[in-house]
Ligand binder design. Sequence first.
Ligand code: PMP
Length: 303
Amino acid sequence: MLIKSVSELIGHTPLVDLQIDVPHHSHIYAKLEMFNPGGSIKDRLGQYLIQDAINRHQITTGTTIIEPTAGNTGIGVALAARSYQLPTILVVPEKFSHEKQILMKALGARLINTPSDQGIRGAIEKAEQLAAEIPNSFVPMQFQNPANPATYYHTLAPELLDDMDHPIDAFVAGAGSGGTFAGISKYLKEQNSRTKTVVVEPEGSILNGGPAHPHRTEGIGVEFIPPFFKEVPIDEILTISDVDAFKQVKEMAASQGLFIGSSSGAALAASLKIAENLPDNSHIVTVFPDSSERYMSEHIYEL
Ligand code: PMP
């Protein structure tokens, strides 16, 4: 395979039919998003956000891109901005993985850390403050930008239907900004209203009404209801403990040779739970957003 640009490697990731025991002889298929060049599902978002802003003339030569991020979106945005030589500032709460922060810097982005206890809201406020101070700057703002769910509606969702040779009975995905879940669910429901959509959050996230508190599962969990959720039917919300998510991380390496991050572990734990209440031989599709290799400093296999 000869390519001319790393951006050609974004998307068209494999979908694996996991060879594991699933309740009721059902199948779980996982979209392996760690195969994107920046190592996560958010390369798709970075590329789409920058291209969309260029099309809307929100970005011109030399515009400084500023984005609040837990990490993977930062890598995706930095990858895309680099190819247009756009200076990039990423605002990241301190607590997020060092590996991701190192990769963002390697791509040429400037990093600004905000205190962990202020959560993603602290990073959003800081990004807005910087945008007010820096002339010719643009904040894609993944948490509000309709281009976020549109990314997944137009890319990953149709890929799933191309990849699958059975109707999809249930779609399961974690939510951080909510873009992945909202974009894919909207597309799948339009194509087949019988597809059940299940959103996954860690304990400490507020979707199921539980109290907000820190969690170790990284990349998912919300501090406010994602605005994109207003437009999509959610059939079920599953809250997965860190223990259950990390158990699946270990299990996937040992049984499938797959290195998955903790949000993937939570998605798998939720898919297995959903299978208990679905008919025999159901086909459940989920997304593995990134790999365990960017969480080594957090001792992902020792938890
Ligand atoms: N998993 C990981 C590892 C992520 O980085 C993210 C994005 N923060 C998600 C899941 C959730 O994706 P979304 O923001 O589209 O809800």
